[in-house]
Design a protein around this ligand. Structure first.
Ligand SMILES: Nc1ncnc2c1ncn2[C@@H]1O[C@H](COP(=O)(O)OP(=O)(O)OP(=O)(O)O)[C@@H](O)[C@H]1O
Length: 243
């Protein structure tokens, strides 16, 4: 099961957010999705989910547009914004509400609470959760319908060191189960330890689409690969950083 993005263009007024983006997220590996602020990572994910319409091109999940898939969470689980939840609901009720929308039940909710380490806090209000706990809750929601494909926007954000170690192992194990996992992040160190493949974008274009070992062989570290590849594609950089 794959995510296939082909020739996507997207403008917001005079801003070209995506400029003919093409890449495929393959099963059985973690694909890191990186690029400078404003490169188009979140817009790409929104287009894949049908939340933004592309001006040109296609985005297919298992060969079909996400919005045409019945019970789409069974095909693709996603986390775009960990803050997007009803703060007065408990963690368990938040997931139950989502589960019911996909014809799932309490057993599925308890399974993902356990998987993400949230069982002990399941009856606490989600509004009182730290960002790291919200990220776990968002991942629990993405996994509810046990999808073969996952797409996570900056899941390491707000995680403490224990959480980061957990997240690394968790993403790797999801890929080892055969899932296709697309993860955006600005944390090159975390991706170097987690990703099998990298898609680097800048100004809405693919700058590199390569296995991690290939990038490391040329650039030494993923951080260096990022700096080398995105040079010239950074919208906002202070004069200190360009030296
Ligand atoms: N709703 C919108 N209206 C206008 N411009 C937008 C909108 N959404 C995104 N953009 C613009 O599209 C471009 C790509 O933004 P996007 O959020 O996809 O980048 P990103 O790679 O996710 O950035 P970051 O790393 O900062 O999260 C930016 O120039 C942004 O300002």
């Amino acid at each position: 099961m794959t995510i296939e993005v082909h020739g996507i263009r997207k403008r917001f007024g005079s801003t070209v957010a995506l400029d003919g983006l093409t890449f495929t997220v393959q099963p059985g590996r973690v694909t890191g999705f990186v690029g400078p602020n404003g490169a188009g990572k979140s817009t790409t994910m929104r287009v894949i989910l049908g939340l933004d319409a592309a001006d040109e091109g296609t985005a297919l999940v298992d060969g079909a547009p996400y919005r045409s898939i019945p019970r789409p969470m069974t095909k693709l689980g996603s986390l775009l914004d960990a803050a997007a939840l009803q703060p007065s609901r408990t963690a368990r009720n938040h997931l139950l509400w989502l589960a019911h929308s996909q014809a799932l039940g309490g057993k599925d909710v308890d399974r993902v609470l356990e998987l993400t380490g949230l069982t002990a806090v399941r009856n606490r209000r989600a509004g009182g959760f730290s960002l790291g706990m919200r990220q776990r809750l968002g991942i629990a929601a993405a996994l509810l319908a046990d999808p073969p494909t996952l797409m996570l926007d900056e899941p390491f954000n707000g995680m403490d060191p224990d959480g980061i170690i957990w997240m690394r192992g968790f993403l790797t194990s999801l890929a080892a189960e055969g899932r296709a996992v697309l993860v955006s992040s600005h944390l090159m160190g975390e991706l170097q330890d987690t990703a099998h493949h990298l898609v680097v974008i800048g100004r809405g274009r693919v700058l590199a689409d390569a296995p991690l070992p290939d990038l490391l062989a040329v650039h030494g570290t993923l951080e260096q690969a990022y700096v080398d590849l995105t040079r010239g594609a950074v919208e906002f950089r202070t004069s200190d950083e360009t030296r």
